[in-house]
Design a protein around this ligand. Structure first.
Ligand code: PLP
Length: 352
């Protein structure tokens, strides 16, 4: 080992789902939306003034926070925007989790949380979900340095009620509680309505899933202006210009198209419910999902074998080689046609 090597940070990074380089893949592995983004994106592309690229973008990202504020009936001071919610949550970890006490998040959850905690040297504890993959509220009643959980949870798809979220908030009024709502629009009730009552609540959402814009990288936090200001101070201490001109311009144009957004959601929810029936009929078991994916296991067939078989058929689903969930597949809801191809392949696999 060279002497300089001992000063290199050693970290186990987050491993995102595969983005296959080959063509014609049915991609059900990273919870992307199978439908195109709102038509306003095409129009925005046409009207984007490329001379804007000469200039640094607005560090306050006002066009975007103003549109978000209009959509939610809040003020622009309630919004922090970032390069996907991954960026937003990363800033939130740095801003809010500075206690000597461990932060709390579930043992089965978005695997980026422990990576950020390690990266920023934040202590953490991971209370176990119950046998039905539900979060046990009592586990979050003890003293801690902050709380974060996704609702619905990932990779399980399990939704907790707003009463549950409020119970967590009621028991954690001295720390920041972050609710990661990447999938809330697929059937849950947002904690946004609790913001008036709990000034320590931060809700995080994204354009990546429900709004079909994973490639644009826009995420946002909603909270009281004290929290948002604190996050901005951290952001301005690292990089003032996280949001690029094209994301600001195009992103700001799609938010107002509520109809397209809701129609797309309705299609995915419909396909999800059909998928549940089909998978059940094939002998799969899964916790009920209120997201755009299903976390399924089969008593007769190993998840890893199914995963590998599907890959040979150019159907990508997500497999986690993680103890406790290593016999599960996380299957993103695609279009009806894509799901039919999946069912066909699964039937072939089981027949052979
Ligand atoms: C997808 C996802 C995110 C991050 O999405 P971005 O593309 O960075 O906005 C955050 N949390 C959960 C639980 C997710 O599944």
């Amino acid at each position: 080992m060279k002497l300089w090597e001992k000063n290199i940070r050693v970290i186990e990074p987050y491993v995102p789902g595969e983005q296959p380089k080959v063509q014609d893949v049915i991609k059900l592995n990273t919870n992307e939306n199978p439908y195109p983004p709102a038509p306003e994106v095409e129009e925005a592309k046409e009207s984007f003034n490329t001379d804007m690229l000469r200039l640094y973008p607005d560090p306050d990202a006002s066009v975007l926070t103003e549109e978000l504020a209009k959509f939610y009936g809040l003020n622009k001071e309630n919004f922090f925007v970032g390069v996907g919610s991954d960026d937003v949550i990363s800033v939130a970890f740095q801003t809010f989790f500075n206690s000597d006490k461990p932060i709390l998040f579930p043992n089965i959850t978005y695997s980026f949380y422990c990576v950020w905690a390690d990266m920023y040297r934040i202590k953490y504890e991971c209370p176990k979900l119950d046998d039905n993959f539900k979060i046990k509220a009592e586990d979050y009643y003890k003293e801690n340095g902050g709380v974060i959980f996704p609702n619905p949870n990932a990779p399980t798809g399990v939704l907790e009620s707003l009463d549950f979220v409020e119970d967590i908030l009621r028991h954690n009024q001295d720390v920041i509680v972050i609710v990661d709502e990447a999938y809330i629009d697929f059937g849950g009730k947002s904690a946004i309505e609790l913001l008036d009552k709990y000034e320590n609540l931060l809700v995080v959402q994204t354009f990546s899933k429900a709004r079909s814009m994973a490639g644009m990288r826009i995420g946002y936090a909603i909270g009281n202006p004290v929290l948002i200001n604190a996050m901005n101070s951290v952001k301005f201490s690292v990089n003032s210009y996280t949001m690029n001109q094209t994301s600001l311009f195009i992103g700001s144009k799609i938010i107002s198209n509520k109809k397209y957004f809701e129609d797309t959601l309705a299609k995915i929810i419909n396909t999800r419910e059909i998928t549940k029936e089909k998978l059940k009929a094939m002998g799969f078991e899964f916790p009920d999902s209120k997201s755009n994916f299903i976390f399924a296991t089969h008593k007769k067939y190993a998840a890893k074998d199914i995963f590998e078989y599907l890959k040979t058929k150019k159907i990508y689903v997500r497999y986690f080689n993680t103890p406790g969930i290593d016999n599960y597949l996380r299957i993103t809801i695609g279009t009806d046609e894509q799901m039919d191809k999946l069912f066909e392949a699964l039937e072939q696999y089981m027949d052979k």
